[in-house]
Design a protein around this ligand. Structure first.
Ligand SMILES: Nc1nc2c(ncn2[C@@H]2O[C@H](COP(=O)(O)OP(=O)(O)OP(=O)(O)O)[C@@H](O)[C@H]2O)c(=O)[nH]1
Ligand SMILES: [K+]
Ligand SMILES: [Mg+2]
Length: 370
């Protein structure tokens, strides 16, 4: 199917879902519609990727530094103003929509880490289905370690919902973890389903019809937590990007204190004013927390630790071996043991091997085999 035909079909199903009341009797039908949607969206993503090659997935900007943060939002919410404020890069800002037409990278050094910030064109409703440069923007969002959703503080909620809908439709899951469902595809034997705990939303019938709709005919599925149909579909599809998100509510200079007080309550939200540099410290702190990176300081034998230039380790890659790999390729194979001072050490220093997991701000001395 052509992209536009797929997009039309998607809109049709979304309309039917909106019309369908949510209750026990319609659960199966809704599950089926969700599976249909997932399949169409997969086709749509494939159509984009195949037509324009690998770069067509997003903008052609090389990843640089220790992490990438992308600015996503409707036009004119202040993304470019924010990029220019946070980094040395100047990205044109103006009071008309679609000022920014491509991805503009800037760099920020925070806690010794080099963070690439990507200013992106504004997205609009229907972006995931090919409107404007939306699909390219969302494709780029998939490559980010944190997505910074920029909203206008004057009307944040409807915008937030719409943007989340666009990102979700492209397989991005914000501030969520992958569901605990084990999916094992196989060559024959049909659909097998078991659950290790009580299930509120799914059962054998639901699993079978969802699999049929997704054209996954031979598979074993084990649900290891109480999961929704959406989570089931995500687990079967398997190409979801689980990315932490921060919501920046920009232009708080234009709202009242009372309105501001209400917003402070929401998790992952930071009210800011990019043009006056208000509250950017809190924003960066939250981004840093969501990036979940570990700083480790090297300590050459007989010298003080180097606090200026930490080794930055990413989430899930924080062993001594990862630390060695960061310094140079052969280091891990030359390692005899390491001495570690800090939160991960049982005593100061602790002598550890390759598998030891480091904590933020640990100090590491590598001892090589002679
Ligand atoms: N009052 C106020 N205006 C702001 C703030 N931040 C940005 N603006 C203004 O909002 C307008 C849009 O800003 P941009 O930075 O171009 O917004 P954008 O999101 O990059 O827009 P597009 O690239 O067109 O999607 C400009 O006139 C900015 O000066 C803010 O914190 N407060
Ligand atoms: K603008
Ligand atoms: Mg812009």
């Amino acid at each position: 199917m052509e992209s536009t035909a797929i997009a039309a079909k998607i809109a049709e199903i979304e309309a039917e879902m909106a019309k369908t009341q949510k209750n026990k009797a319609t659960e199966g039908h809704l599950g089926l519609l969700k599976a249909k949607l997932a399949k169409l969206r997969r086709e749509l993503i494939d159509a984009t990727t195949k037509k324009s090659g690998p770069a067509g997935d997003g903008f052609d900007v090389t990843k640089a530094g220790d992490a990438r943060v992308g600015l996503i939002g409707f036009p004119s919410v202040g993304k470019s103003t924010l990029l220019s404020t946070l980094t040395e890069t100047e990205s044109e800002a103006a009071d008309y929509e679609f000022t920014t037409l491509t991805a503009i990278p800037g760099t920020l050094v925070y806690n010794g880490a080099r963070i690439q910030i990507l200013d992106l064109p504004g997205i609009i409703e229907g972006a995931k289905d090919g409107k404007g440069r939306g699909r390219q923007v969302i494709g780029t969002a998939r490559t980010c370690d944190v997505i910074l959703i920029v909203l206008d503080a004057a009307k944040p909620l409807p915008m937030k919902k719409k943007i989340e809908h666009e990102l979700e439709g492209f397989g991005i899951r914000l501030n969520k973890r992958p569901p605990n469902i084990v999916v094992t595809k196989k060559d024959k034997g049909g659909v097998g389903y078991t659950a290790t705990c009580d299930q509120t939303f799914i059962n054998t019938d639901v699993v079978k019809s969802v699999c049929r709709e997704l054209k996954v005919n031979n598979v074993d599925i084990v649900a290891r937590e109480d999961c929704t149909v959406d989570q089931l579909i995500d687990a079967i599809e398997g190409n979801r990007a689980y990315i932490p998100a921060v919501y920046a509510l920009n232009k708080i200079d234009q709202i009242t204190i009372e309105e501001l007080d209400l917003m402070d309550e929401l998790p992952s939200w930071v009210p800011i004013c990019a043009s006056h540099r208000w509250n950017l410290d809190e924003l960066l702190e939250l981004i840093w927390k969501k990036l979940d990176m570990t700083r480790c300081y090297t300590k050459p034998h007989g010298k003080a630790p180097d606090y200026e230039d930490p080794v930055i380790l990413k989430h899930g890659k924080r062993t001594i071996e990862d630390f060695c790999d960061h310094i140079h390729k052969a280091m891990a194979s030359e390692l005899k043991y390491a001495l570690v001072w800090g939160a991960s050490a049982k005593h100061q220093p602790q002598r550890v091997g390759k598998e030891h997991i480091l904590a933020d701000e640990d100090i590491v001395q590598i001892v090589k085999r002679s």
